[in-house]
Design a protein around this ligand. Structure first.
Ligand code: ADP
Ligand code: MG
Length: 688
């Protein structure tokens, strides 16, 4: 039955004829795995036609052409006067139009005179270039065949996304082997009708005839995408059902104190409706008999911290402990500075624990956690070091959740007895997708900003006007304004036309001597130190040049200007995150998007979206519409699933279909669902 084919699917590619361990390792890099199945799930991105043309005359510069040519003469290449000249084979097509084949490598002319004798005909396929004198040239043809072997040149060549050390011929050779073996064995496997259809669709996309065969909404990809979505959705549905079926897994906790009313009293502001609604949803979870698993999605500045704080305060009423996990030391310290004074007023012990804590002070903190005295602990993953123990860990709050992987979440859960989990995320996901992307979590959305926020003024200007910009911001800097200046890369040499943080830093220092620099190649300690100096309102560091390392969470209320260089190179979501670093105080804030000389009209259009709105959900939606999710900067970190066949933009309807089907759990289909989950490696709590 279907299961049997997995023996073949799981075969290591190195055992495929002609592959071997070296090539298999290279495939592993590109495919993210080295099994036959990993290869099958890696599909071509387009088709390159190689049908034989009659004449070169109508071909365009840059076309890939396949043409029958007669060899006319040979010209020896080599090094002449210090310049390398290619070996040239002068040919002519049927109509005597000349085409020259060139080779720059070191094979001797004799090799070619023998292989391509004068007067003979060859089918040659490769990229056509016209030289400055209008001569037709093919450099290093992809295929050279004698006319009888023309069939060896694929008429519709599938082009695979490749990587270092792998050629398209490697891909097609492995593909041919795999499908040959499969055809031989298919009868013996006695596969189900569905599996046969699935394999048939796979075969069509690996041997596409036109680009339509690879279109997201074409027959084959749509079928495969649906299977992939169904695999994920059914895994999610199973996990969800399993979690909710385990009744009485949440420890019963009795509130014997009232902290929450006092908390509302001492809050320096009114909660927004969205904050209050989210808090209500969390408190309702606390009354259930299964642990909470909730994701709070709210734009930067929407006030997620106070929501989390309310949850921790409520938890403390029963004497249970809460931890708030931040992605960096600096953020942990910032949260602590805000939360500690409130805890003091409530009479709750609050502490901070990061990698910086060492020796005796650290031991003290651990004792207080173990005894249950500390009710709210804020920190980094140091909170989950092996020697950290809790008396009764009731609630784990994860700030900016995408920075923490599944393993870490499991480690956290293990520190308590089925603790409640609350994740906070500032990565807005279009509403239509969030359920499908976050799967098993319940979701609260904070779609409202605290009252009185002054909208950020966003504008876009060409990089050529950077000096005028510096002049414009100088008086603000003199008045104590803090400026974030973000550049995409550090090394000047990496991409020539991109302004590097390092050189921008040198430049800005001339105008603003206190300028700081922060980038990913600095070690974490140095980085934290620079950040802290920038956060300090009394420091002379007014301008901070950085790469995107400042993207997450940092709160500098006196920062009022955000400059982003080469903004066109960022995804909209990333730009929106960066912009969220300003506009947190009571002063007017600005975001200036500097774009490079080579910006495309589409690039400008994307920047316009940002100039027009500050609503993260609208921006996420636009981002999705304007380019496929897979291409977005920072997609991997943001926790979106990397699909093989699914295209977030094109397959929205399939998402809903697959979700409905998975929720309806038709047990007839369970075998096939299981197979799909195996194909797409979707694990469930139950194992398969
Ligand atoms: P984020 O959702 O980005 O984590 P924070 O929780 O850091 O946002 O809140 C941003 C700022 O807004 C903080 O200074 C916080 O004290 C303040 N804040 C939160 N809720 C409100 C509110 N309801 N009214 C006014 N200010 C608020
Ligand atoms: Mg936050």
């Amino acid at each position: 039955m279907d299961k049997e084919i997995f023996d073949f699917f799981n075969t290591d590619l190195q055992f495929i004829h002609g592959v071997g361990p070296v090539l298999a390792a290279k495939f592993n890099e590109v495919l993210g795995g080295r099994r036959v199945l990993d290869f099958l799930l890696h599909i071509p991105s387009y088709v390159r036609p190689r049908e034989i043309l009659d004449s070169v005359v109508n071909a365009q510069n840059g076309d890939t052409i396949t043409i029958s040519l007669q060899i006319k003469s040979h010209k020896r290449g080599g090094i002449f006067h210090g310049r390398r000249t290619p070996t040239q084979i002068v040919c002519a097509d049927k109509f005597a139009a000349p085409v020259t084949i060139q080779f720059f490598n070191t094979k001797f002319l004799d090799y070619w005179t023998e292989k391509l004798p004068i007067g003979s005909w060859r089918i040659i396929s490769g990229k056509l270039d016209f030289n400055s004198r209008g001569g037709a040239i093919i450099n290093h043809p992809d295929f050279i065949e004698v006319p009888e072997n023309a069939y060896k040149i694929p008429k519709h060549q599938a082009i695979y996304p490749s990587g270092e050390g792998l050629t398209q011929k490697n891909f097609s050779a492995v593909r041919d082997q795999i499908f040959n073996i499969m055809h031989e064995r298919i009868a013996a496997y006695k596969l189900s009708e569905r599996m046969l259809e699935f394999l048939d669709a796979l075969e069509h996309v690996h041997y596409p005839e036109t680009n339509d065969d690879l279109a997201p909404n074409g027959t084959y990809i749509a079928k495969l995408a649906y299977g992939e979505l169904f695999a994920h959705q059914s895994a999610i549905a199973i996990n969800r059902r399993a979690r909710l079926a385990h009744k009485n897994t949440r420890p019963v906790r009795v509130s014997n104190k009232n902290f929450i009313d006092k908390f509302y009293e001492i809050l320096p502001f009114e909660l927004t409706n969205a904050q209050q609604r989210t808090i209500d949803e969390i408190f309702a979870d606390f009354k259930r008999d299964v642990p909470m698993m909730r994701l709070v999605q709210g734009d930067v500045g929407s006030g997620k911290t106070m929501v989390a704080m309310a949850a921790a305060v409520k938890m403390a009423e029963s004497g249970a402990q809460s931890v708030l996990l931040a992605p960096t030391d600096t953020l942990a310290q910032q949260h602590f500075a805000k939360i500690k004074p409130m805890c003091d007023k409530l009479g709750l012990v609050c502490d901070v624990l990061t990698g910086r804590d060492k020796g005796a002070p650290r031991r003290e903190k651990l004792i207080s956690l173990k005894s249950g005295r500390t009710k709210i602990a804020i920190g980094t993953h140091a909170l989950f070091s092996e020697d950290v123990e809790y008396k009764d860990l009731g609630l784990v709050i994860i700030d900016e959740q995408h920075r923490f992987g599944v393993d870490q979440r499991t480690a956290m859960r293990a520190k308590g007895n089925n603790p409640d989990m609350l994740a906070l995320s500032a990565t807005p996901i279009p509403r239509t997708l969030s359920m499908t992307v976050y799967g098993d979590m319940d979701i609260s959305i904070i779609n409202e900003k605290p009252a009185g926020r002054i909208p950020i003024k966003t504008s876009k200007i060409p990089i050529a006007r950077v000096n005028a910009l510096i002049e414009r911001i100088a008086p603000q800097v003199a008045n104590g304004a803090k400026i974030f200046w973000v550049c995409p890369l550090v090394e000047e040499s990496e991409i020539s036309d991109m302004t590097a943080a390092q050189s921008r830093y040198e430049e800005l220092k001339k105008y603003f001597p206190g300028t700081g620099l922060c980038h990913g190649q600095m070690d974490k300690k140095q980085r934290d130190k620079v950040m802290e100096e920038f956060v300090d309102t009394n420091s002379q560091m007014r301008v901070l040049v950085s790469t995107t390392v400042i993207e997450v969470g940092i709160d500098v209320p006196s920062a009022t200007i955000m400059v982003i260089e080469n903004a066109e190179r960022f995804g909209l979501a990333a730009l929106h995150q960066l912009r969220g670093r300003v506009g947190r105080g009571s002063k007017q804030s600005y975001c200036i998007l500097l774009y490079g000389n080579n910006v495309s009209p589409d690039g400008i259009k994307r920047l316009d979206v940002l100039c027009e709105t500050e609503d993260g959900f609208v921006i996420a939606e636009q981002d999705l519409m304007m380019r496929g999710v897979g291409e977005l900067l920072g997609t991997r970190q943001s926790g979106w699933i990397q699909y093989h066949f699914v295209n977030y933009r094109e397959h929205r309807d399939l998402f809903k279909l697959a979700q409905t089907a998975a929720m309806n759990n038709n047990s007839e289909d369970e075998d096939w669902a299981k197979t799909l989950r195996m194909i797409f490696n979707c694990s469930t709590v139950a194992g398969a």
